[in-house]
Design a protein around this ligand. Structure first.
Ligand SMILES: [Zn+2]
Length: 585
């Protein structure tokens, strides 16, 4: 009887599963590739095999099956990944449930219960009239409010804590969920969120991990937005508001809209622009970009009018650019309010047009940096020129650089050649971040030959006998490859004599090398079934020749040593072996 993990693998197609996280491109008839989500790269070396139901990145060497992918992607351990995938596959788990009734699960349950409480208060409680009025003036339809599970925290010190305690949660748990604070110098706790419209914050799976509370009284002295504190579940810089509801739309649209406030995101969803997420007021972080990378590489960022050139926001954009995203800026026209939510309530068409007219970051900077500067003065030219040159330097593409240099030259009326002198030479140019420490070790020609040989065998096991005839395991100098080859020989010629390719994967635990070579074979040799046998023979002969050349060299040096030490017998022996080997070549 197959275990839970195998049942999950049987029911869930790996290509579809990975496709939910990142966009996959076809590579041949049954394989898919993409840029690796686990290391920074420009060209795709992340492969997924539909037939084998396994994945491998030729860039960083990561690879595996459904579970390893989800574990890496979600930062989960195996039981968590199993639970997630079993849920997707509609499989009831028996064995792991007790283990998973962990703190994490209990906290998720508590947070969900809190969201239910806030929701109900917003809908029904007499004390929530101010919030119901606010939602109405914000023109949020009930369906949207329900979809986002908007709620209200009463202006009370203990209504939520009391409710949760009554449902069997301890004070300690309520504290750890970030929903209450400890009373200073006294026993007990008090509600963290009071008198605020509540936005539950979900992780990418739709599990509530925290809240944002927005103050409703415009004269209130407290901060307009308050977030949950960092907890075991909620990491502010690693969450994008509404991403759980936006992921499908982002993939369909081919881009994501990033707005600043949660209310902006809700408004965008309300008018059908569901490819919108909110950064909740922070500059984009690397964690957030990694989340987005699963769905798209195109970001449209909405800047509030007063955010122009703000350095924190700009840092987020620079980070996105260096991570290989294409970034465009949505500019709100003046007179339609200060943020997307205002604009949408004024006129949704204006917002849609602003999204459609998003410009590249360079275009945007060329608009805002010179704004208000007098370009007829030397001072103005210097300021604007230097500021824009700093941006032009960062561009990775020379043609693009030249384009913007030309624009700058004519804008400040300074010859392009003068500006160009200010650019650092090619070598000093800041490179995009690629992590060299994770690149695979340089493989010698021989190593490539051996790997090609094995990957061919794994791809076309039916031709293995032709190879086994020619290549003995000891001809392979690399220990890991030799062990794998020996293993293959046993498998192909083994007692069971069972066909190999078909029941692969479920039966045997693959070594990382084997997995890599399997996918490498599919990548490099796909569609050459006709020529497979002759190709295998060719590789086998090469491997053999490689061995003989090395062996001859070894015998020669041994012979020289034997002669030096006067061991005639041994020298003759070696000489005979040497000539025998020469014959076989
Ligand atoms: Zn990789």
């Amino acid at each position: 009887m197959p275990g839970d993990a195998d049942k999950v693998k049987e029911r869930l197609d790996l290509v579809e599963l990975i496709g939910e996280y990142i966009q996959l491109l076809r590579a041949g008839s049954a394989n898919f590739k993409t840029r690796c989500p686990f290391h920074n790269e420009k060209t795709p070396s992340f492969y997924v095999s539909k037939e084998r139901q396994m994945w491998h990145c030729f860039g960083c060497g990561e690879g595996g099956d459904h579970f390893t992918f989800v574990q890496k992607m979600e930062g989960m351990d195996f039981p968590e990944a199993l639970k997630l995938l079993a849920g997707k596959a509609g499989i009831e788990l028996e064995r792991y449930d007790a283990k998973l009734e962990s703190e994490r699960t209990r906290l998720l349950g508590l947070l969900d219960l809190a969201a239910k409480f806030y929701e109900k208060v917003l809908l029904e409680h007499p004390g929530a009239q101010i919030a119901r009025d606010y939602v109405k003036t914000r023109e949020i339809p009930e369906t949207t409010a329900r979809a986002f599970r908007l709620g209200f925290a009463l202006d009370s010190w203990d209504s939520l804590s009391t409710f949760l305690s009554g449902r069997g949660h301890t004070q300690d748990e309520i504290l750890r969920a970030g929903l209450a604070s400890r009373r200073e110098g006294a026993r007990g706790i008090y509600d963290r969120f009071r008198g605020r419209l509540m936005f539950p914050i979900s992780n990418v799976h739709g599990h509530i991990v925290g809240f944002t509370g927005r103050v409703l009284d415009p004269n209130a002295k407290e901060a307009k937005y308050v977030n949950s504190p960092e907890t075991a579940l909620y990491k502010k810089g690693a969450i994008l508001y509404a991403l759980d509801r936006a992921r499908q739309a982002i993939k369909r649209a081919g881009y994501v809209i990033v707005v600043e406030g949660n209310m902006d995101a809700v408004s965008c969803h309300k008018i059908g622009m569901e490819q919108t997420v909110a950064s909740s007021g922070t500059a984009l972080t690397r964690d957030q970009l990694n989340l987005l990378k699963r769905f798209t590489s195109n970001i449209l960022i909405s800047f509030d009018a007063d955010m122009a050139g703000e350095s924190a926001a700009k840092r987020g954009i620079d980070l996105a650019l260096s991570e290989g995203f294409s970034v465009k800026i949505i500019r709100l026209p003046s007179g339609v309010g200060k943020d997307p939510d205002d604009c949408i309530r004024t006129n949704p068409e204006v917002w849609k047009k602003a999204v459609g007219g998003a410009v590249s970051i360079m275009e945007y900077l060329f608009e805002i940096i010179p704004a208000g500067k007098d370009l007829s003065t030397a001072e103005g030219k210097k300021d604007v020129g230097n500021a824009l040159l700093r941006e032009i330097i960062k561009l990775p593409d020379q043609i693009e650089q030249t384009h913007w240099l030309g624009r700058l030259a004519s804008m400040i009326q300074v010859p392009e050649s003068v500006l160009r002198e200010r650019l650092p030479s090619g070598k000093e140019k800041p490179e995009r971040r690629e992590d060299p420490s994770r690149a695979p070790a340089v493989t010698s020609r021989s190593q490539r030959l051996f790997e090609g040989f094995i990957s061919l065998l794994l791809t076309f096991p039916e031709h293995a006998p032709a190879a086994i005839e020619l290549v003995r395991p000891e001809m392979l100098p690399d220990e890991e490859i030799r062990r794998l080859y020996t293993h293959l020989i046993i498998r192909y010629t083994g007692v069971s004599g069972r066909a190999y390719a078909g029941d692969f994967g479920l039966e045997i635990e693959l070594s990382p090398l084997e997995r890599r070579l399997l996918l490498q074979g599919e990548r490099d040799f796909e569609g050459m079934a006709q020529a497979a046998e002759s190709e295998i023979r060719k590789y086998a002969r090469e491997v053999r020749r490689d061995f003989i050349v090395r062996e001859l060299a070894r015998l020669q040096s041994d012979m020289a040593a034997a002669e030096r030490s006067g061991d005639r017998g041994r020298a003759d022996d070696l000489s005979r072996k040497y000539h025998e080997l020469m014959q076989t070549q």
